[in-house]
Write a protein that binds this ligand. Structure first.
Ligand SMILES: Cc1cc2nc3c(=O)[nH]c(=O)nc-3n(C[C@H](O)[C@H](O)[C@H](O)COP(=O)(O)OP(=O)(O)OC[C@H]3O[C@@H](n4cnc5c(N)ncnc54)[C@H](O)[C@@H]3O)c2cc1C
Length: 485
């Protein structure tokens, strides 16, 4: 029987990112994908700076950037056409080293992730492979799958298995865990169009129409792609809603039939749910298999990519050293609270779009003199897990510093941990088993460390802070602990 370090079920954005990150650490990966190719129709259209940073680690940004545009933000408009809330995404590079928000076409990303995987000879992608059963053993996992083309059955062994197999995850079922429903269930129509010619009077931002009669969303997507989404009332029939007559009548205020190609019309039930367990022995779930949220914030796929980034280095560390169940359990505890905050904020945004204008989407909203309100993006930290949970810096994402040699932190240290040292500790560099940088390498490092009230910081391979060290005196103990880690 063939054996791999890791088996991944499902080659969507979560599986594709995870496979790239594990392959980057030099381990063998088998990906089992039910379909014969990627899903060629639009779904996700937005991602943020944190996610672009993960794409940078994988090495796809140079090519993929050509398929993206910088997102200008979202305006919420009430039934009288008045802007009631603004969510600007300033055209300014963030601490993550990228613009705050991008628009893209999901199939372009999936193609790019697959192209990058071809560079690794230890990665095997098996299409037309539908996983039916998974079995956990002490030291390995066995997966049973069928080839849907040849009607044959196979089994494979691996040290770890991650189900990135979407909302109806077979992995989650095999783990015998359930989704906790967080309360949002609504049917929405999603209409994707490609303009025949550019149309200047269409908004350049996302517009959320908070109108009780017809809650709706307009998305300015890449190139000539545009999307409209609208809520469907309980009694409305899906057949009527998806008829060309209904759709073009709905689009009348913005667009005429002769001006665009209708690429896709479909109905989704937007849900909010999180799986109770994400880990069972050597089996894990990630992405939509672990959580679902409505698309109002454009964060569903982003959450899956955050899962991949959190889990990849932990699995690589266990493959390199030894299996450590407690260490791996931090994957669920760290990701759960983070994703829950996104799901709950998205639900409040959904309620706002459903015209309950009084809902506070976040507590980060300020009022302007003209009566409009402005919202800032949320940046949830990691839930409890690795490091000292009382450390105020632990679990925050560390900025992608520009080094004096012209490179960035992430380019220099791809997927390894880094110790950031203040000048007072530069003689202690030799005590550390991990790569270090100090103010010889980075301009303004002393000021940055001061803002963290720290003398040293350990940054994890996924760029979150593992722990900070407050004083020169406590450094020896601090580094001794993490050298063993
Ligand atoms: C209308 C809409 C708009 C959205 N907009 C955004 C957005 O702007 N930003 C954002 O971040 N997110 C958005 N999302 C969410 C995003 O599309 C999903 O979160 C994302 O696709 C999930 O990725 P995944 O890899 O976890 O799962 P999936 O993309 O569902 O991939 C799962 C893969 O597993 C395979 N698979 C399933 N079962 C098996 C099996 N038994 N054996 C083998 N293979 C299997 C499937 O074929 C598939 O390829 C949107 C979603 C919708 C519906």
């Amino acid at each position: 029987m063939k054996e791999f370090d890791v088996t991944i079920i499902g080659l969507g954005p979560t599986g594709g990112t995870l496979a790239n990150l594990i392959a980057l650490s030099g381990f063998s990966v088998l990906i089992l994908e039910r379909e014969k190719s990627y899903y060629n129709l639009p779904r996700a259209v937005h991602f943020d700076d944190e996610i672009m940073r993960v794409f940078q680690t994988i090495g796809i940004t140079k090519d993929f950037l050509k398929h993206t545009i910088i997102n200008k933000g979202t305006k919420f408009v009430n039934s009288k056409g008045r802007i009631v809330l603004d969510w600007p995404r300033p055209r300014k590079i963030t601490d993550n080293g990228w613009y705050p928000s991008y628009r893209f076409h999901q199939p372009d990303l999936e193609r790019q992730l697959r192209k990058q995987l071809k560079k690794y000879n230890k990665v095997k992608i098996q299409y037309n492979s539908k996983v039916n059963r998974i079995k956990n053993y002490n030291d390995y996992v066995k997966v049973y799958f069928s080839n849907t083309k040849l009607n044959s059955f196979q089994e494979v062994k691996s040290k770890y298995l991650i189900g990135c197999d979407g909302a109806n995850s077979v992995t989650r079922n095999e783990m015998k865990t359930k989704m906790n429903n967080l309360g949002f269930t609504q049917r929405w129509a999603v209409i994707d169009l490609i303009l025949k010619k550019n149309k200047k009077n269409l908004p350049d931002r996302t517009i959320q129409y908070s109108n009780p009669k017809q809650p709706a969303t307009y998305c300015r997507n890449v190139g000539k792609r545009r999307r409209w989404e609208f809520a469907i009332k309980k009694k409305q029939s899906e057949k009527t809603i998806l008829s060309e007559k209904y759709i073009w009548n709905f689009l009348k205020p913005w667009l005429q039939k002769k001006e665009a190609y209708l690429e896709r019309k479909t109905i989704y039930t937007f849900k909010s749910a999180i799986s109770r367990n994400w880990i069972n022995g050597r089996i894990f779930i990630a992405g939509d298999a672990a959580h679902l949220m409505p698309p109002f914030m454009g964060q569903g796929m982003c959450a899956g990519i955050r899962d991949a980034s959190n889990l990849a280095w932990k699995i690589a560390k266990c493959l390199k050293n030894k299996h450590d169940e407690k260490f791996l359990r931090s994957y669920q505890s760290e990701r759960f609270t983070n994703v829950k905050e996104y799901v709950e904020t998205t639900m409040r945004m959904g309620e706002f779009v459903n015209a309950a204008e009084s809902i506070e989407i976040t507590n980060n909203i300020s009022s302007g003199s003209d009566g409009t309100k402005s919202m800032q993006s949320i940046k949830p930290v990691l839930g409890k897990g690795l490091g000292d949970n009382n450390d105020i810096n632990r679990g925050k994402i560390f900025p992608q510093l520009k080094l004096k040699n012209g490179k960035t932190l992430d380019d220099m240290f791809s997927c390894s941990p880094i110790l950031i040292l203040s000048s007072e500790l530069k003689n202690k560099k030799k005590l550390s088993k991990i790569a270090t940088i100090n103010d010889k390498d980075v301009l303004g490092l002393a000021t940055l460390l001061k803002s963290y009230k720290s003398k040293a910081i350990i940054v994890r391979p996924d760029r979150f802070i593992l722990q900070s060290c407050k004083s020169v005196k406590s450094f020896d103990k601090f580094i001794k602990y993490f050298n063993k880690f």
